[in-house]
Design a protein. Structure first.
Length: 84
């Protein structure tokens, strides 16, 4: 099950992402790293897989990436853009 709630519309490109929540009349923009993670989650990848993908893409230690990604996901949950 995707952590992304149903009913959100998203546009993702190399510059980031825009997430539209019509029910809350809210648009959230994400930078390119946020868009990368968001797209992986939309594709059904797990958080761990998204972390690994980002670590490979950015040539960064996965432990460093994990801490940053977890903070990012917590913010998305606080903004009601992720479930769980």
């Amino acid at each position: 099950m995707s952590p992304i709630p149903p009913g959100l519309s998203t546009v993702v490109n190399q510059d980031g992402a825009a997430v539209l929540d019509v029910s809350r009349n809210q648009i959230t923009t994400l930078n390119s790293t946020g868009g990368f993670i968001w797209e992986r989650l939309r594709q059904g990848r797990t958080v761990e897989q998204a972390i690994d993908d980002l670590a490979i893409e950015s040539n960064t230690d996965p432990l460093i990436v994990k801490g940053d990604v977890i903070k990012f996901l917590e913010q998305l949950k606080a903004d009601v853009l992720l479930q769980g």
